[in-house]
Design a protein around this ligand. Structure first.
Ligand SMILES: Nc1ncnc2c1ncn2[C@@H]1O[C@H](COP(=O)(O)OP(=O)(O)O)[C@@H](O)[C@H]1O
Ligand SMILES: [Mg+2]
Length: 370
């Protein structure tokens, strides 16, 4: 197949994508597939990359992808264009593309927007649909679906920015939170990732600061009970038949798994795969992960993140990531590997699931005419 890897992007997780996508590109079987790299610059412009970029990262196993912004290689998407005409350079050269693997994290990558573009161009893509992607990006909507199916979510309140403008609004909001929860509480933007804008608050002053910070990033903010948590994650793949993999645990060395622990401090967190949990806990987590994936109508792959309360052993769903970190040391591929699915086979599986879903949908009737 002609596989297009899309990477970079407009989100706060642009740099993470450069590393994730390099790993994906290195691990695709090039005897079976021809790879095209399309880098999305921070301003959103798409650039076709030269074959040399692929050669470069293949010969240097520690290097991230870069994006060369050559105006002759700007890419556009053509609605209805399909696999042989849906992607072109501005000069008109067709980029044959049997499937796109968007290795893009966060906004404009994981949130359904790019998935919508590929629906319009009629090109198969890896991962979740438009609806499942955008639902999963919104932590409040995700919880509402999970709650509907009696899956365990962390208790929360939803706040909107337009009701948090005047000092009077702010005081009322804080009173409401303090009436609902005991300190500490956890505050986070509804649709961000990488712990951006998230913080723990132990008193009124910290709560106000946490809310002010979170509202910089999103118009909708969640306040949650702060769990004294073990953080356990579970990889899931599949469309109609679902596979779940050995869970892993993140043990952050910071107050919580914040941005620095994730990306800047090399000792910010320890990854334990498999997670040292009881068999009973593992079975429960696998069963919840499968349901959590299905109830959001996910397809392809996702990583589902849990908390186990250290004080009560209670298990909670925290969130879902429909395009989780994909570097060779990221949790998602590592957890699959721990269950016997090696990185190259994992990618092969994700590609074939994308094709399978596209073909299934193509058989649906789209016109009333016979
Ligand atoms: N309710 C909570 N109680 C305790 N810690 C939390 C809570 N919610 C989030 N955290 C911490 O913040 C981190 C980031 O929050 P998360 O909901 O996973 O958002 P994202 O990873 O999308 O930024 C988590 O990994 C965890 O360390
Ligand atoms: Mg998270």
């Amino acid at each position: 197949m002609n596989v297009t890897i899309l990477y970079g992007g407009k989100s706060s997780e642009h740099e993470v994508s450069l590393v994730s996508a390099a790993s994906v590109a290195r691990n695709i079987d090039t005897k079976k597939h021809n790879i095209n790299l399309i880098g999305i610059a921070k301003n959103g412009t798409w650039y076709l990359q030269s074959e040399n970029e692929l050669k470069r990262i293949k010969s240097d196993s520690s290097s991230a992808l870069t994006i060369t912004e050559d105006n002759n290689q700007i890419v556009c998407a053509v609605p209805g264009g399909g696999t042989n005409g849906g992607l072109k350079t501005l000069s008109g050269k067709i980029i044959s593309c049997d499937i796109v693997f968007p290795v893009l994290h966060g906004m404009y990558g994981e949130d359904g927007t790019i998935q919508g573009l590929f629906e319009m161009t009629e090109i198969p893509y890896c991962g979740c649909s438009v609806m499942a992607s955008s639902l999963s990006m919104d932590k409040e909507k995700t919880k509402i679906i999970w709650e509907k199916y009696a899956l365990p979510v962390v208790p929360y309140l939803t706040l909107k920015k337009y009701k948090y403008i005047s000092e009077n609004d702010k005081t009322k909001t804080i009173q409401k939170i303090e009436k609902t929860f005991k300190y500490p509480v956890f505050v986070k933007p509804a649709c961000e990732g990488s712990s951006v804008g998230a913080s723990k608050a132990c008193n009124t002053a910290e709560l106000k600061k946490a809310l002010d910070e979170a509202f910089i990033w999103d118009e909708k903010v969640l306040v949650e009970v702060c769990i004294n948590a073990r953080e356990v994650e579970c990889a899931v793949t599949g469309n109609n038949t679902i596979s779940v993999y050995t869970p892993g645990e993140i043990v952050p060395t910071h107050t919580f798994y914040d941005y620095d622990a994730k990306y800047t401090d090399p000792n910010g967190a320890k990854l334990e795969i498999p997670a040292q949990i009881t068999n009973e806990q593992k079975e429960k987590i696998l069963s919840i992960a499968e349901k959590a994936f299905k109830k959001l109508d996910c397809s392809g792959f996702s990583r589902i993140d849990f908390f186990i309360d250290k004080d009560t052993d209670e298990i909670y769903l925290n969130e879902i990531n429909t395009i989780p970190g994909f570097t060779s040391i990221s949790m998602f591929p590592k957890m699959c590997e721990a269950s016997g699915l090696k990185y190259p086979q994992l990618i092969e599986k994700i590609l074939s699931l994308g094709i399978e879903r596209f073909n299934e949908r193509r058989q649906l009737k789209t016109s009333l005419k016979k």
